[in-house]
Design a protein around this ligand. Structure first.
Ligand code: XMP
Length: 321
């Protein structure tokens, strides 16, 4: 039976054998898979690994810091952050169709990442690309089936690449729970190891309507409050994830103080699930819902109504787009 530390030792040996004295690049998404893959390769080849983190501006509050400060502190990894926020905003201007948004975000992401690869290749002999592919991804790719194809999933890890790289996939034989254990063994923070799923296209597909800076700021503020209150209530391990969705093209009348407001609703979408293929809406305690609602309407100026999504999957998907 494999123990976690023997998995780590074994992978470190294999990575060293594969990479030799070469150099490797790893894209970080903020998620657990790429973080653990990078940490393993870092353990094996040290500063001959360079990680690339693309800030596409569709991240949640604190996510960039979590990579730049916490992940770097835990691993000592070389990190290049590419600030591509304006580029993504420009590319997404006036786009409302969900699949169109996914395509644009995926396309821009690849362009930005490939440019970063070229820049690194100009500096040194980077011949290896690290990917956080898990065993279930290996099994699933080949035959797309069912709900997975209802939305074209853009995974920040899986990039077509015309630059010549050899892939390093140290998580290929592992399931998610093993990946988390390896992450903890490597000293990664809980916030990264137990992060709930967050889609590659980020907040871009949680704004119903066109994406712009102001709407992103509004959604980020509401999302942060929901996450803070769920964490404070100790519910993080009970829910699979809780998207907060901004209905940017909907307005409703409200009243605050003596004034009439005409603001936007946000939707809370807490779900319980085993694998995201099916999901049930989570029966959150009323007092938690009340705190989230009160804080969001008090603290986020553009939002005057908080509504709860009580649809299971199917028929609803987890994300609204
Ligand atoms: P749905 O909305 O299809 O979501 O029920 C199932 C799970 O997948 C995540 N999701 C995505 N992840 N790129 C991703 O990397 C995407 O385009 C995407 N769309 C949905 C969603 O957050 C949930 O965990």
């Amino acid at each position: 039976q494999w123990t976690t530390s023997s998995i780590v030792e074994d992978q470190v040996t294999r990575i060293r054998e594969q990479i030799g004295d070469g150099r490797a690049i790893c894209g970080l998404s903020g998620g657990v898979d790429s973080a653990v893959a990078a940490a393993l390769v870092q353990r094996a080849i040290g500063d001959r690994l360079t990680c690339v983190f693309v800030d596409h501006g569709l991240l949640r509050a604190g996510e960039r810091t979590q990579v730049e400060r916490d992940f770097v502190a835990a691993t000592g990894v070389n990190l290049v952050t590419v600030d591509a926020r304006e580029r993504f905003l420009d590319a997404l201007a006036d786009v409302t169709d969900p699949e169109q948004k996914r395509k644009i975000i995926g396309r821009e992401f690849i362009r930005v990442f490939e440019q970063a690869e070229r820049d690194l290749k100009a500096e040194g002999d980077y011949r290896f690309l690290v990917q956080g592919t898990l065993y279930p991804d290996v099994v699933e790719s080949g035959g797309g089936e069912g709900t997975a194809n209802i939305k074209s999933h853009h995974n920040v890890g899986g990039l077509p690449d015309d630059l010549q790289f050899e892939l390093v996939e140290p998580l290929r034989l592992l399931f998610k729970d093993e990946v988390r254990r390896v992450g903890l063994e490597l000293g990664l923070p809980e916030t990264i190891v137990h992060r709930q799923p967050f889609p590659g296209p980020g907040l871009g597909i949680r704004i119903i309507g066109a994406v712009d800076q102001e709407r992103l700021d509004t959604l980020r503020a509401a999302d942060l409050i929901a996450r803070e209150e769920l964490t404070a209530a100790g519910l993080d391990r009970d829910i699979w994830q809780c998207p907060v969705v901004l209905l940017a093209d909907v307005r409703s009348v409200g009243v605050q103080g003596d004034g009439r407001t005409y603001g936007h609703p946000v939707v809370l979408r807490p779900v319980s699930s085993e694998d995201a293929m099916t999901a049930d809406w989570t029966r959150l305690p009323y007092d938690v819902l009340e705190r989230i609602s009160t804080r969001i309407t008090n603290e986020v100026a553009e939002v005057n109504r908080v509504v709860l999504d009580v649809t299971s999957k199917p028929p609803g998907t987890i994300e609204w787009e």
